[in-house]
Ligand binder design. Structure first.
Ligand code: NAI
Ligand code: OAA
Length: 310
């Protein structure tokens, strides 16, 4: 199993490190355009190998895609992150061009790879990567729902006062402030969280989840990386190990949830072919309306692509 991570910044380097710690890949290649940075980070990680029981070989490279040859999975994190006060959509001008060129180069060297897109605005850049490459939707997957769900679970666990591992909750929709935390089906040890938390508290948690990335951006001065990098590695693991786990991921919708020709977060069964299946949840009328508004926001961003790529 060979996995390439394009972009050796905060998210890319974290993804590579977590992949190495998970220890299931033969090789992880970290590539960046900044001279020496990927090499340095790979060397630094390799110097933890004995202490952390890592058998995976981590290779760093400056812009030489031949080293990514025949990757099974390519994770694209290249691009600029937002700063406090910016929206993810503000990144489209710079990042659409970067993702398009990185996708083209990666595909030349790894024609059979499954692609995980991270760069923002991620729903739209997943759509771009799909359309530009002409790959089937099974092989181009965006990362966000699992991350947003982890934030939702964190906030719920904080409020209930329990370990986060005892909470199960999911977020669907586009990766923006209109994302849809599925509170109705969120549980603490199988019991609806509404048994433990008031409507007001749950509304507060939903909002905190929706703006979770922005909150971290304000605190850090740039956007988050530990949970995003870990989420990317976890998606790659589900694909590489063919687990069939259902994770919320960004997929091209083709009639599911009444939507077509748009990428947004939905529950996806991940396996050796990438997207094995999209699960259609029985949403309430309120959830359906929220999902619709969220997907409409992704469509609005998609409409900016043509101009952005000029
Ligand atoms: N989908 C999601 O949920 C999340 C998405 N993101 C997005 O991920 C992206 C990366 O974020 P960070 O790692 O924090 O940024 P960063 O600035 O730390 O790293 C980005 C790296 O990409 C590299 N890069 C730029 N152009 C490149 C190219 N053409 N080829 C190869 N590498 C190139 C830069 O040199 C830099 O090292 C941002 O767009 C951010 O918004 C971040 C967190 C979560
Ligand atoms: O907030 C950002 O810009 C980065 C991101 O998508 C996240 O952490 O959710």
């Amino acid at each position: 199993m060979k996995i390439s991570v394009i972009g050796a910044g905060n998210v890319g380097a974290t993804a590579a490190n977590v992949l190495a710690l998970k220890n299931f890949a033969d090789e992880v290649v970290l590539l960046d355009i900044k001279e020496g940075v990927a090499e340095g980070k790979a060397m630094d990680m390799m110097q933890t190998a004995k202490m952390m029981h890592i058998d995976t070989k981590i290779v760093g490279i400056t812009n030489d895609y031949s080293k990514t040859e025949n990757s099974n999975i390519v994770i694209i994190t290249s691009g600029i992150p937002r700063k406090p006060g910016m929206s993810r959509t503000d990144l489209i001008g710079v990042n659409s061009k970067i993702v398009k060129s990185v996708m083209d180069e990666s595909l030349k060297h790894s024609p059979d790879a499954i692609f995980i897109i991270i760069s923002n605005p991620v729903d739209t850049l997943t759509y771009l990567a799909l359309k530009d490459s002409g790959l089937p939707r099974e092989r181009v997957i965006g990362m966000s729902g699992l991350l947003d769900g982890s934030r939702f679970e964190y906030y719920l666990a904080q409020a209930i006062g329990c370990p986060v591992g005892d909470i199960d909750a999911m977020v669907i929709g586009a990766h923006g402030d209109l994302m849809v935390p599925l509170t109705r089906s969120a549980t603490y040890k199988g019991v609806p969280v509404s048994e433990y938390l008031s409507e007001e508290k749950l509304a507060e948690i939903e909002h905190a989840t929706q703006v979770g990335g922005g909150t971290l951006t304000k605190l850090l001065g740039t956007s988050a990386w530990y949970a995003p990098g870990t989420t990317a590695a976890t998606m790659a693991e589900a694909i590489a190990k063919n687990t069939g786990k259902t994770l919320s991921c960004i997929a091209l919708l083709d009639g599911e949830y009444g939507e077509k020709d748009v990428c947004a977060g939905v529950p996806v069964v991940l396996g050796k072919n990438g997207i094995e299946k999209i699960l259609e949840l029985p949403l309430s009328e309120k959830e359906k309306a929220m999902f619709q508004s969220s997907v409409d926001s992704a469509k609005d961003t998609n409409a900016k692509l043509k101009e952005a790529l000029k």
